[in-house]
Design a protein around this ligand. Structure first.
Ligand code: AMP
Ligand code: MG
Length: 493
């Protein structure tokens, strides 16, 4: 009793305003689950910037209190922790899953009135843990923190990381590692796989309740539309097309685009074996377990469409009582994807080249540059960044006659745009100088995990927070690795 009161005070001080809207849905969609006790929680990183956006004040409590709070040891008032059920196609194979090592604390109402999911990742076993221990390791949680914060600063829709705490417990993987919990915030954690779960159990009321809830969270303006489920599917298709276009535009590889790792909100979710591409190669794959290259860079749009088809399938009973008609509706909506993706992607690429108007030849102009970059193994991030100048970029590679011919053609196209300084400013506002390059991320994680030194990560985070600024002190973060063809990322378990 006393503990309950004490914890309500911590939550009040921080400014939490919790609701339990998901926990009011049909019970089959979740299971009430409390975070497990941990030994000696210690703050690894607190995200004060994000806290401010959420109307929270983390300075109002001691670091010890913050460590307990973000280790799930003090459940704030109004929160009813649950593990969410979902299913998913993993590498194309259907499985029943659920939060095996995550617990949704509830939804916090932010100052703008929006509900934001708050979830602990790594806080112990749940009914959906199967053979797993429900725990997470410090390195991979810091990795999610770094990359999701970098994505947010790049303007890519994403879940966020509010805090990472080390638990003081040992977690056994191939070797003993430090346990950790990440506090993730999200527009929601409703996945394509959540709909697959609801459809899979064959209870139409549950499916409808989930769809209505998702509409309320993400598309409230559709709530009274006569064809609201079709409109919701179409909105989800549009968000995903926009999201994947952004990934392609910044050279981001998700790494494990299973249907349980795709949010209907259109946010990037579940940072596992993700990474940024260095040398441009459409077939780039970093994930150690993706041997067939299913989730290679060039496959991401096609996989997104495949996943959306699984969402459409799940929604069929809501689209029309007549299955043939429902399939016709779903097909029509899904067919919107390629064109929407292309148009978001090309709009993004035009900006990367400083173009604000559209001409028919632009697609070919973009493709020619990418083809040349592929042949030369040119760095994706730096090539675009360095184009924003009156001179061709420095370096032998850019003396190549094929590149010089392309450069002259681009400059001619740019001449029809008006002010060149304005075009370069546009380019510098969309082509980052700094992205979380694999070798720099690994360096920060090694210092944190093996050397107990978080300063390397904080320096990297500072550079990633303003990715469009070219600061001399961040120059080292612009250097690509010597060769990353052997680089492999692992699923963060
Ligand atoms: P992921 O590959 O991280 O997207 O996870 C796939 C599924 O495995 C999800 O249902 C996770 O909740 C579950 N999972 C991952 N790691 C663990 C773990 N250490 N213990 C229990 N379940 C896990
Ligand atoms: Mg996942």
């Amino acid at each position: 009793m006393f503990e309950q009161e004490a914890s309500a005070t911590v939550g009040d001080k921080v400014g939490w305003r919790f609701e339990d809207t998901y926990a009011r849905l049909p019970e089959v969609l979740f299971v009430p689950t409390a975070p497990a006790p941990v030994k000696a929680p210690r703050v690894a990183v607190l995200n004060h910037g994000l806290a401010g956006e959420l109307g929270l004040d983390l300075e109002a409590i001691s670091e010890e209190a913050a460590a307990r709070l973000f280790a799930g040891q003090d459940v704030p008032a109004g929160a009813r922790p649950i593990a969410q059920a979902y299913a998913g196609h993993q590498y194309g194979h259907f499985t029943m899953l659920g939060d095996g090592r995550a617990i949704l604390l509830g939804e916090h109402r932010d100052p703008s009135g929006r509900l934001v999911d708050v979830q602990f990742k790594g806080s112990g076993r749940t009914r959906y843990s199967r053979g797993g221990d429900g725990l997470a390791v410090l390195g991979p949680m810091l990795r999610e923190h770094i990359i999701s914060e970098a994505m947010a600063a790049l303007g890519v829709p994403t879940t966020r990381s509010l805090a990472v705490v080390a638990t003081g417990d040992v977690v056994y993987r191939e070797t003993p590692r430090q346990g950790a919990i990440l506090t993730r915030t999200a527009a929601s954690h409703i996945r394509v796989g959540t709909f697959q779960f609801a459809a899979g159990i064959g209870e139409p009321d549950v499916l409808r309740a989930l769809a209505d809830y998702a509409i309320e969270r993400h598309d409230p303006e559709l709530a009274d539309a006569p064809d609201k489920y079709r409109a919701f599917l179409s909105a989800a298709v549009d968000r995903q097309a926009a999201l994947i276009a952004r990934w392609q535009n910044v050279g981001f590889l998700h790494g494990v685009m299973n249907t349980d790792n795709m949010a209907v909100s259109g946010e990037t979710i579940d940072y596992g074996p993700c990474a940024f591409m260095n040398a441009y190669d459409p077939r780039t794959v970093f994930s150690s377990i993706d041997r067939g290259g299913r989730y290679a860079y060039e496959n991401q749009p096609g996989i997104a469409q495949w996943n959306l088809a699984r969402l459409a399938e799940a929604l069929l009973p809501l689209l029309d009582p007549d299955q043939q008609k429902a399939i016709a509706i779903a097909t029509e909506v899904l067919e919107e994807f390629p064109e929407r993706f292309e148009s978001y992607w090309l709009a993004g690429m035009r900006k990367k080249l400083g173009l604000q108007t559209a001409e028919l030849g632009d697609l070919d102009l973009v493709r020619s540059l990418l083809d040349w970059m592929h042949t030369m193994g040119a760095d994706f991030t730096n090539t675009f960044r360095d184009l924003a100048s009156d001179e061709p970029p420095a370096g032998d590679r850019f003396q190549d006659p094929e590149f010089l011919a392309w450069h002259a053609r681009w400059r001619e196209r740019l001449g029809r745009e008006g002010d060149r300084a304005e075009a370069f400013a546009l380019m510098r506002s969309v082509n980052p100088a700094v992205v979380p390059r694999n070798h720099r991320v690994e360096e920060a994680l090694a210092a944190a995990e093996q050397g107990d030194d978080l300063s390397v990560m904080h320096d990297l985070l500072a550079a990633l927070a303003s990715p469009f600024e070219d600061r001399p002190e961040h120059a080292k973060y612009r250097e690509p690795p010597a060769d990353d063809r052997g680089y492999r990322t692992f699923c963060g378990t």
